[in-house]
Design a protein around this ligand. Structure first.
Ligand code: CUA
Length: 354
């Protein structure tokens, strides 16, 4: 069944639902009943966490209110006509009735055009307002959509502060973010409804969008354009943190992967570098440098595996390494045949990538 509601995960528990104040939740739920929200994971367009999403939510409420008003008026006339129409039609014919009919038809056509024009103007002005959030001081993040995950690159002007990660975007609250979106294969759509609308991610056509998150929290986003077999498993996590927490995280992510802590992890690193893993993944500080799959330098600091498909736990990681095709059929990652002690060592190594 469709789960709808104001959902915001608290840090540390992205699968938990956490609400807003009860009044906001009530009004949101009322609209959810009208089918105005997306179903599924914790993400809600009508629970804005930044100025851009607020504009979009405002437009949604206005359009919904106008739609409801039109509906009520039409149903009112329908009921009136059902109750009185046939009697009038029989009792009053002639030029007076014809004139009145003309006035009514012209009036309703005028009203319809007026409502449509109002919607057009509202839509246009919201689009213009969203375009005015451009900011030269913004943090630039490039997100590259591909089947079926997101590469995330922090494009710091200082080359030593450039950072690549995957499927998890962290931002400081209150800072403007310049989001550059690109695709490596087919058309995707980047959608983090709590912060902005859907952004088409089209091959060969980069787009720039600005957003800002004002409320710290863990938000959820996903691909919103059908892009193949695993379109439904192309999610990401968006974490907004106080600036100092973000900076601490960022500095940690800039470091190369920690050296294996013990002999088991050391063996795991050898497995990683001698088996299929190294062909597709990067771990900074080791010879693994491919960008076919997600960068794993700080894998165990992330909340999810396989682009928001699984929580990042030992059990899920084991299942994913051994047989990704069962979890996400069609994904590029092949199954891995490992001896039990190789698998244990590889898990120890990957879990040490903090
Ligand atoms: Cu990518 Cu749907």
């Amino acid at each position: 069944m469709c789960r709808a509601g104001a959902m915001r995960a608290t840090p540390g528990a992205i699968w938990t639902r956490a609400g807003r104040d009860s009044a906001g939740r009530r009004s949101f739920t009322a609209l959810a009943v009208l089918g105005l929200t997306a179903c599924g994971p914790p993400m809600a367009a009508l629970d804005p966490a930044g100025p851009q999403a607020e504009r979009i939510a405002g437009l949604t409420y206005l359009m919904a209110a106008l739609g409801v008003a039109v509906y009520v008026v039409v149903i009112g006339f329908l009921l009136y006509a059902a109750a009185h129409g046939s009697r009038r039609a029989v009792s009053a014919e002639g030029p007076a009735t014809e004139h009145r009919l003309r006035v009514w038809v012209a009036g309703s056509v005028g009203l319809t055009v007026g409502v449509l024009l109002a919607l057009l103007v509202l839509n246009f002005s919201t689009g213009r307002a969203l375009g005015r959030f451009a900011d030269t001081d913004a943090i630039t993040i490039r997100v590259v959509g591909q089947q079926w995950w997101w590469e995330v690159e922090y494009m710091d002007p200082a080359p030593s502060r450039r950072l690549i990660t995957a499927n998890e975007i962290r931002v400081p609250v209150g800072r403007r973010i310049r989001l550059l979106t690109q695709s490596r294969d087919v058309i995707h759509s980047f959608w983090a409804p709590n912060v902005h609308g859907k952004i088409d991610v089209i091959p060969g056509y980069g787009a720039t969008t600005y957003f800002q998150v004002d409320e710290p929290g863990v938000y959820y986003g996903r691909c919103a354009e059908f892009c193949g077999h695993q379109h439904a498993h192309m999610g990401f996590v968006l974490i907004a943190q106080p600036p100092e927490e973000f900076e601490a995280w960022y500095r940690g992510q800039l470091l190369p992967a920690p050296s294996p802590a013990d002999s088991l992890a050391q063996l795991g690193q050898e497995v990683f570098l001698s088996r299929g893993c190294v062909m597709c993944h990067s771990v900074r500080g080791t010879p693994a440098g491919s960008r076919v799959g997600p960068d794993l330098t700080h894998l165990s600091s992330r909340r999810t595996l396989a682009a928001g498909t699984l929580p990042n736990s030992r059990g899920h990681l084991t299942a994913w390494i051994l047989d990704p095709q069962t979890i996400k059929p069609g994904v590029l990652m092949p199954p891995n045949q490992l001896e039990p002690d190789e698998l244990r060592a590889l898990l120890a190594y990957l879990e040490g990538l903090r």
